[in-house]
Each structure stands twice: as structure tokens, then as C-alpha cells.
Design a protein. Sequence first.
Lengths: 111, 265
Amino acid sequence: MTTTELIKNIGLKALSEFDDRKITGVFVSDMLSDVMAGAKSGDLWVTVQTHKSIVPAANLVDVSAVIITSGKEVPQDTVELANKHNIAILKSDLPTFELVGKLYGLGLVTK
Amino acid sequence: MKIEKIKEALDASILEGEDLLEASVDQVYASDLMSDVLAFGKPHSILLTGLATRQAVISAHMAEFNGVVLLRGKKPKDGAEKFARENSLVLLSTELDMYDACIRIDSIKRKRHSPAKTETVKPVREEILLSHEFSIEGNDFADAGMVSTEVKSLLKKIGLDPVLIRRVAISTYEGEMNVVMHARRGKVYLSVSPKIIEVVIDDEGKGIPDVELAMQKGFTTATEEMRAMGFGSGMGLPNIKKNSDELKVESEVGKGTRLEMRFFI
């Protein structure tokens, strides 16, 4: 499944300009060091963190996309930085638990 | 480079050593000062010189050169050819002067080598391919992660293995975040040589009282505010250790911390 297919399948809102990628796994965490330690290249990163620093973290770990859950407002500077690095910042109104349920239902699993 | 190729490039005539032209030389030494040749010449070189004397050929022989090219069409008269023959040295003669001869040889060298991969790779010293310095401002969460992003970008331009780049990027990021969280300011020194990438992060800050404790997974001194942002899960130093090939941590309380990380290419 690619990022654009995911957006359609689940009903997410794309906030940034991004490179379409193949999603190869999922990593759920709000702690950046855990993401740095555990996320794999191509993973979808599910989080409620919205500050600008999530963009370098996402970039360095090479995630396929970031999904911000729980309807959190994403600040403009985060979106701008994401645009600059072509990182997909996607938004969902669902709480993390429910969103993850949907991802699992689509057949996405952690590697 | 084969001596044959040099002969062709210079339109040179062969005075001695017709059967030795297949030999290869590593270096071309252009000089009219024989004491320089003896001091700085390396074995398996060829000498370009305007000094058409037996002494020039003897000097080349003592420096273990493979041959001598006499410039400006000069022909030796004092037994240089005999010496060359007796000591298996190639002796060539070209009409070109020193400057033109050097340029001609250089242009055949350039044709053989593929162009540089990227304009950011500039040899500073023999072995260093890339050398950069960055600054980190402590407590600047707005720009946190920018240095490691830049490092990743630079390494990508050199065309290194993506898995290796990821390891360096993650380690640099964790080091960068530690400076932002716990120091007043810091510097990141990146240097890439053919076999090793080195990242040194040197900060002025509160330092680490117990490095061994700091290396434990889950140990953190991050504030509540930092944790609310998702930092300080206590995985920073362990992550660096995991991703690097060599890690050295030095710290002094009240002064600062220095991390030296090395990654083998």
C-alpha cells in the first residue's frame, strides 16, 4: 500500500506535500528516542506529537509517512518544514487506538 | 600510467629503452634541480627535465625512477644514453617545453579518470573527502534536528550506503538532541575519509556526572516539558552506542560533554 492509497482507504487529511512511498510497517510512539531506536525505514509513524522536531526525526528514520491522531492541530511551521523535506504529515480525528485498529484491518502490521 | 602513453602524448622520440615502454609509472616528476629529485622523488616515477646531462640520468637512477624525458629537443652529449642503456632506464626526447609537456600528460590522465561524483567533495588533506562544522544552540527546540538533517543530506550527496547514512543520521540526531536538552551550546564536527566517518559533538554544558548510568536504557534527566514533547525517553546514548562502530564519551560536570563517534565505511 502506498501513502496515497492509505489516505483514500482510511480517510486521512494530507497536510503537507510529500513523496508517495510504499508503506512497509507501522510504528506507534510519542517518544522520539523510541522512534529513533525502533522505527524501520518505510514505517508509518503514528503519533500525537505535532511540534516541528517530528520532521527531522521522521526524515532521519526514513518513515514513509506520519499520521497525527486525535484531531490534534498541527502548527504551520511543522507543515512548512515537512513540505521542505517532502515528508507526509497526515491527520486523523480518531484516537490512536481506533486508528491503529483500522490500519490493522487493512492488513498493515509491524515488521 | 604506461611510459608508452607518455611517449605518445609528448610525440617523443626514443633515445634508449624501446623494450621498456610497457612499464608503468606512478608519478611524473618535473624538475631541473637534481638535488630536489633525489630528495623528493619516489620510485617508479618518470623525470621531465630540461637538464640533458648524464647527471640527470644518474639522479633519476638513484631515485629509482623508470626513465627520463629530455625537454626542448635537447640531446645529451656526455654519455647519458650509455648510462641509461646500462641501467635499464627509458630515455625519451620531446620538442615540448616543461609546461606543455606537463599539460599534455595531465590531459591523458584526466581522460582516464571518471569525473567527480559531486561538487561538494573537495580533498582538503589527502585522505579527508568531506569536512564540516556545525553549531547547535542549547534549548533551541525550534531548530533541533537541523544539523543531523544537514549531515544526512551531505552524506547522501557523496553516495554512501543508505543504511550507513541512517546509522550516522540517527546517532547525530541523538547527540544533537542531548546538546539542545542539556547544554548551553555545542559544535558538531563531521569528517569523512575513504574508510571512516567521524562525528564529534562537543558541548559546553552541565556535563554527565555518571557516564555509565547515562548509558543505561531508560535513564534520563529530561524535564517534564521536554518529555511532553516526546524527548527524554532515556534512549539517546544507548541509541548512539547501538548505531555507531566506536563511541567515546568524555564529560566533566559543570564544563560539558564530548562524544566521538566513528562509523566504518
